[in-house]
Design a protein around this ligand. Structure first.
Ligand code: ARG
Length: 604
């Protein structure tokens, strides 16, 4: 979404361009293109907006700086522009524009104060449905740290789409089908057999059994055959196999939901791989009918050589379906059930080939919607410089990482305010939870999605910069100022002094905000960019765009907070203006935190 100021300025630039090219057959650029082209100069002293003249230079066959000069003088001839544009400079092929203070702040703040929590949202997705498959762990194991990225990235992509007006369907496609299910049943039968113990210890006992299976199967390969036959029983609806599988599934889902709850994550559907078991024959039939299946060494495949990919395996030699077969069946189901406009999968980039293959197969089946199936890959996460071990016995449980985070935050809070914080213990705990979990989530999301990430406690818990706690802390700081302002005004009212600033005044006086320095101006500039950042994040499926934006705005806000007295400002007008900036920043930072799934806290 292009911000409102850019649209207004684009109108004038367009008028200026047309004035100097009266004979042009077609306008060389449209207003919408101008608005898209407008940039933010890197240094606020250069101006608030910059119009690059390079594209026009090619079309008009004139040097960019000449064009910038020409537009500048044409703008000067437009009546009444003085109350919108303070000055223009041509520099290096750009036309740098400094906006009139009042026009700038009135417009941006009016948008924010009118839309409040909705500022930055749009309706570009109105009437459209997006299905997002994320987190999707395998059953009978706790969530590992490796699940953090797909969970966080998927959750944020969902929220970003909701903010852009889409209807979203969040799907947890649990890996609950295939030979691993046979393995866990085998392990249970051989080494446990006690459902009470499983119920007590939950998924951790299942993990232990699964790990034991791996160790024992290395020594005795026949265990794999037993596992396969248990899975075959499960497929054939054997009562005992189905009963055990259901129980293990229930235990697994209860545990993952507990963690999702801690992280504030929700799903609309838990239809995992098993849900598609009875929809598989139809897919195989359809592939046959469409002449896509080929017998290859006993297995049924779709040949993808023409597309430079290895074949997509549909049926194993024993006739069992595969991961790809189930993904095809589930995509067909999603297309029918949700009539999606986008069908998104958030997965480790090591699965790129798998997605490319089956999406190609769906395309070859003639489904138009194949092009709306989108694989959103992400890079690998390391922990303190080391690769997370997901091999047997080394699962790093996400719950443990989250607990560590909360403990560490409690410690930091205690060190910062040893024993003297006047917050009740309960509340302190609540804050430590929000900040600890937020630190871990932000530590993940702040990295570009495709990058490999190194999770480090030092970075994640750095309260003074580039971290979740830093953003939450800034938000709390703003809430503190606003709260003080309202108390202050109440007490001054009581003493019958002229009460200049109270919270209700701020909403009235945002129209007369005065800009007294460049820090205030920079806050306005950053606030104005929020809607654009949301669209970039939506278009690129990049929550890190929001994280980086939050860090930028917090950095400027904190400089402003240190350098510019707010409650003790020289005049009532300045105080009101600065409070209005605080309130506006609160909406925007609050909105940004929501988009990346972090909790807000009014105190830290
Ligand atoms: N369960 C899979 C895994 O843990 C991820 C599933 C991703 N979603 C999908 N539709 N294939 O690797």
């Amino acid at each position: 979404m292009i911000n409102h100021i850019k649209k207004i300025i684009a109108e004038y630039i367009s008028e200026a361009i047309n004035a100097v090219n009266p004979n042009a057959e077609n306008t060389p650029v449209t207003k919408a293109e101008i608005a898209e082209l407008l940039e933010y100069p890197p240094d606020i002293n250069m101006g608030d907006l910059a119009f690059p003249c390079f594209k026009l230079s090619k079309q008009l066959k004139k040097a960019p700086n000449i064009i910038a000069e020409t537009i500048k003088s044409a703008l000067a001839d437009i009546p009444d522009l003085k109350d919108k544009i303070k000055s223009c400079e041509s520099a290096g092929g750009y036309l740098n524009i400094t906006l009139n203070d009042k026009f700038y702040s009135d417009n941006i703040l009016a948008d924010i104060f009118e839309q409040k929590d909705k500022y930055g949202s749009s309706d570009i997705g109105a009437g459209k449905t997006v299905v997002i498959d994320y987190s999707s762990p395998n059953m009978s194991r706790p969530l590992g740290v490796a699940h953090m990225r797909p969970t966080n990235i998927g959750n944020s992509i969902k929220k970003i789409h909701q903010f852009c007006g889409y209807k979203t369907v969040a799907i947890n496609y649990i890996g609950d089908w295939g030979t691993p299910q046979g393995k866990i049943i085998t392990a249970y039968k051989l080494w446990c057999g006690d459902m009470k113990e499983i119920e007590e210890k939950g998924v951790y006992k299942l993990l232990e059994l699964y790990v034991k299976f791996g160790v024992e199967a290395e020594k005795d390969a026949s265990l794999n055959d037993t596992a396969r036959s248990w899975f075959a029983k499960l497929e054939n609806g054997d009562e005992e196999a189905v009963g055990l599988w259901k129980k293990f599934m229930e235990i697994s889902v209860t545990e993952i939901k507990r963690i999702y709850n801690i992280m504030g994550i929700e799903f609309d559907s838990y239809n995992g791989e098993s849900f598609f078991e009875d929809k598989m024959d139809a897919v195989v039939e359809e592939l046959k009918e469409k002449n896509l299946l080929k017998l290859d060494r006993g297995a049924q495949i779709v040949d993808l050589e023409e597309y430079n990919m290895p074949p997509c395996l549909i049926l194993k030699t024993d006739g069992a379906t595969l991961y790809a077969t189930r993904d095809i069946a589930s995509a067909i189901y999603r297309a029918k059930t949700y009539k999606f406009d986008k069908n998104i999968y958030v997965n480790d980039m090591r699965q790129n080939l798998h997605f490319a293959q089956w999406i190609k197969v769906v395309e070859l089946m003639g489904y138009e919607w194949a092009r709306n199936c989108i694989n959103i890959p992400f890079g690998i996460m390391n922990y303190e410089g080391q690769v997370f071990r997901t091999r047997q016995g080394n699962t790093f449980v996400l719950d443990d990482l989250l607990k560590m985070a909360v403990e560490k935050v409690e410690q930091i809070m205690e060190e910062k305010n040893p024993g003297e914080s006047n917050l009740p213990a309960e509340e302190k705990k609540e804050i430590a939870k929000k900040v600890g979990i937020g630190a871990v989530m932000f530590g993940d999301l702040a990295n570009g999605r495709l990058k490999d990430v190194n999770f480090s406690w030092e970075d994640a818990l750095n309260f003074t910069g580039n971290s979740g706690p830093y953003v939450q802390y800034t938000y709390a700081r703003i809430c503190g100022v606003l709260e003080k302002a309202s108390e202050f005004s109440e007490s001054s009212e009581k003493s019958e002094k002229s009460a200049k600033a109270d919270i209700s005044d701020i909403t009235i006086l945002y129209k007369n905000v005065i800009i007294t320095n460049n820090l205030e101006r920079e806050i306005i500039k950053l606030l104005s960019q929020f809607p654009e950042k949301v669209s970039v994040a939506e278009r690129e499926y990049e929550p890190s765009v929001i994280c980086r934006y939050l860090l930028d705005i917090c950095a400027v806000f904190n400089r402003f907070y240190h350098d510019c007295p707010i409650l003790k400002a020289g005049s009532g007008e300045i105080k009101n203006s600065r409070l209005a900036l605080c309130e506006a920043a609160k909406y925007v930072i609050g909105g940004g935190l929501w988009l990346i799934g972090l909790e807000k806290t009014a105190k830290v």
